[in-house]
Each structure stands twice: as structure tokens, then as C-alpha cells.
Design a protein around this ligand. Sequence first.
Ligand code: F6R
Length: 593
Amino acid sequence: MCGIVGYIGKKNGAIPVIDGLKRLEYRGYDSWGIAAKDSGRIDFHKQVGKIGAFELAKDLPEFSGNICIGHTRWATHGGVTEANSHPHFSCDNKIAVVHNGIIENYQELRKNLEAKGHKFRSQTDTEIIPHLIEEKLKEKHNLPSAVRLALKDLEGSYAVGVISQDDDILIGARKGSPLVLGIGNGEFFLGSDVPAFLKYTNKVIFLDENQMAILDQKNQSYKIMDVNTNKQLNPEIATIEWSLDEAEKGGHPHFMIKEMLEQPYVIEKTISVEANELKKAASMIKSAERIYIVACGTAMHAGMYGAYIFALRNNLIVQTISAGEFPYFEHLISTNDLIITVSQSGETADVLEAVRSAHRSGAKVLSLVNVMGSSLMRMSDMFLLTKAGPEICVLSTKAYVSQQAMFVMLSATLAGDITAGKKILQIAKNDIAKILKLMSLDKIKKLAREIATVPNIYAIGRGVNYPSALEGCLKIKEVSYIHAEGFAGGDLKHGPISLIEPGVPVLAFVANDGSDKEILSNAMEVKARGARVIGISFENNQVFDEYFPVAANGVYTPISAIVYTQLIAYFIALEKKLDPDKPRNLAKSVTVK
Ligand code: F6R
């Protein structure tokens, strides 16, 4: 939700900042804006819409400044207007602020500031920040102190970038929203995420909760302070191993297709996960009294798959809970429980809140997380890095496959046979590679073309393929805006079958795991009512109107089966001339509750 970027150095900062905003657009794309300080003056530009096609040299050739901040917005407070887009300014226009997060006490703060004569120009929660800083500056504090004191008044979450007309510094700070400091050669960068500045440096500091970075242009130095104690800190500098190429489209028209094509390689990475790490995680699972998997959206579907695998292969009862619903279970959690969280970004607010609540109850937290240095990684008692690489498309594809694969490795470790896990994943990897080669085949495109105009699509699966039905439909609805709903095959007769009418596409996921007879008879039931049955199955069957083959990999079949629905969703989006990387109303990282 919203991306922020900052630059301080000798260059025209607008260049890396615009570049960074384009890379962070997956975090929000309602509107964007930049502010730069050039010889004592702050200039700014704001625009409604995506930043994608904007070119600094052509569209705003005069705009420059060595200290620059930028923001790409996903609206929370206030509509999508130029006035509500960031940066926001103090009354005297000397302080400019970009912000990601939500200030919960902004109404009260705004009332107090208005009583002191401050005039507001937007409906955002963010705008109180520059006014608060302005107020602190009036009390004769220098800029870092004024920012620090202003931040202490805020309740809620923030990652901010602050510049001032009167100072040659850039300040960044975070609480609850991510912020990374990039350390270049005589220059510094701020970004909500590493790809924002990876082109310029791979040396980073992941700012921790309540930390503030003060970046000095003249001395080419940085200071990290604790916002609460005002003590100087000395955090570790990390080196990022992702290549820029991994974070870019690499010649593909969209990140979605690029990321889907990376899936065999992603599984390869999971196969090579450290045995010691797996054993440590497995021992946490073994010593837990009760185990809950907590995640959101796609990651939750991967968690559901994990719960089936634990039940079927390890005789473990594991409950999956959507992170947003976790607070209603908090009172049942106790010290001997284990919460397994799953998250691509490691910044999903509901997941982080569940971790805090688990810790309040004394439970341990094991996380499957993709982003190194993310809040979730740092808040967990233990984490396993899913190593899917940067996932930029708003739709999660390769991260899902890597999360499923990690559950397979964990289950194999629990069963004392890591090698078996590797073999299973090798089959899944080869099968995905095969499916992706078939990708160019007209069959998937033809199907996408034929179903792009239908109002409803359904999917059915049983056992391990129930999450496939849910995830397949989530992909389709997110990117094509077609109503798509997944059901457990056995649930059809309890209501949903009334939705079936002639011609409606129903995707049937079939695995050779002992559930095939039942799911095929569910497919018959919908076919008898006129549905067009699309089988994603280990073998063909006369009930299928179209058949997409997957390897017979038992309960592990879903890992490759899901790729078909990703491709179908992608091609429907193209058919409907929609941007698969940036579906409407969505943001990659949901940092609001
Ligand atoms: C769907 C999708 C979302 C995310 C969910 C959790 O394609 O991307 O449903 O899976 O918002 O995000 P993470 O995994 O970052 O916690």
C-alpha cells in the first residue's frame, strides 16, 4: 500500500526517484508525486493515474534537485485526487513529506493543529505530519528533533520521507510500514522495497521499528537513531543478492508472465533449502501442542495446502486461519502453540498483527516468507526464506508455488525423509516446465478467448485440490474481474450447484490421490446441468470438454496444476485488454488492516 522513494546526493535525484517509483508501482497506482530541493527551494509535481508512461526528460525537463522524495499512492484516506496525492506540505511549504501507512489519531491531531491556525489542503491522514513538524520547528528544534518529536505524536503506522527547504538532509523513518536505506557511493536512497534503488546499490540497511535515518548531503554520511530513545544505533549493512534482472521484466511484456516462467527455477531453489534450517523448523512443529497456519489471500491458500499435507502425510491436525480473522482466536492461543505464518511480502498488516498477538499469548512463530529483511522475518522466532525472488506483479504466482514447495519440504523433514521431498519437487518442477512450454500452444489462449466474456467461472477440487480451486479462482477474478468461485467438490450439492447453468465453465482439479472418483462424479453432476468442464487432471476423462494434463504426483499434483489457472487468468486479462500486473483496486503489499 503506497510506495515511497528518496534520494540524496550529487545527481538530479528526480531521475532515481522516478525510476524507483516505477518499480514500486505495484504497491499502489492511483496517483503519484515527487518533491525536490534545488538551491534552497522545494519544487513538486503531482499527477493522478499511473506513473508508467511518464518520462522526466520529456514530460518535466526542468524538474531537478539533489534531495528528492517521491510517492506512488493506494488511496486510504481521501479520494484519488491531485490534492490528496503526496508529497504533502507544511503551511509555509518548507517541509515536504511522503508517507506509507495509516495515522490512526490524525483526526484529533488535525483538530489541534487547525486550532493553532494550520490550514489543510487535503483529506489525507498524512498531511498532519508536515504540519506537526512545522509546529515543532517553531519550538526551536532542529529538523531531526522536530521530525522525531512529530513522529512520537503519531499513532498507527508509517514509513516516511521528509525534506526541508532549509536543510541539506533527507530523513526517513518507519514504524509498522517497511523502509530500506540504500547506501551508494556518496549518495543514499530510501525505498519501501529494495527494487526501488537496486539499480544503484545493493548495500542496504533494513530499518527496524521506530528507527529514523538522517542522511546528510554535505558530509555524505548517515545516522540511524531510535525515535523513542534518541540513541544512535549501528545496524548491520546487508548485501542484496537479487540481480536487477530478477527484479525487471527481462524482455517479457508483463511481470506476471515473467514470474510464472520462473517457477521451475523457484522450485529448484526450494529443493536446495538448508537441511539444518528445515530440521530446526520441524522440531518447532514437533514440540508444539497446537499448530495454526495464519496468512492472507494466496498465501493462505498455500497454508491450506500445507495443512492438508501435514494431515495426510504427517498425521498432524493443523488449523488454517485467515490472518484478518485471527484476533477472534487469540484468547485460545497459549505458550505451547505454534503459529506458522506464510507471506510473500512479509509486510501484510493482518499477518504482522497476528504475530504480535501470538507473541502476546506466549506462542512461537515460524514464518515462510519471501522478502529478506521484511518485518515478518524479523518478528518471527524462526523463518524459512521461500526464495521465489522479487515478485512484482500484484498477483502472486511464483510465491504461491514456492510456499507450497516449502510445505512439502517441511512435511518430508517431519517424516524424516528430506530426499523424498526433493524427488517430489523435482517431478513438480519438470511438470511445470512442461506446462510452461505448452504455454504457447493455442489451447490455453483459445480457452481464454472463449471464456473471457462469461459472467461466472467456477472451480472444484477435493482434499489437496480444494485450495487449488480457491487459488485458481482468486487468480481469475483478480486479473479479469470475472466472478470466479472455487468449491470443495463435496460442497456442490449443499447449495452452489444451483448456480450451474448451460455453458458455465467449471475447472475440475483431479489428482491421483484417491479422491479422483469423487471429484469426477462431481464433474459429472455439473456437466449434467450443462457446465463446460475443463479438466486439469493426471489423466483424461470423457467428462472433460477440454483436458489439460498434469503429472500423476499424488497429493503433490496441485503444485503444477495451479500453473494452468495462472496462465488462463493471464490470457483472459490480455484478451480483455487489462493490465495483468496492476489489477484495479489492488496493491501488492497490504500494509493496512
Ligand atoms: C493474490 C495476492 C494476495 C496476497 C495477500 C497476502 O494474488 O497476491 O492475495 O497473497 O495479500 O500477501 P503476502 O503474501 O505478501 O502476505
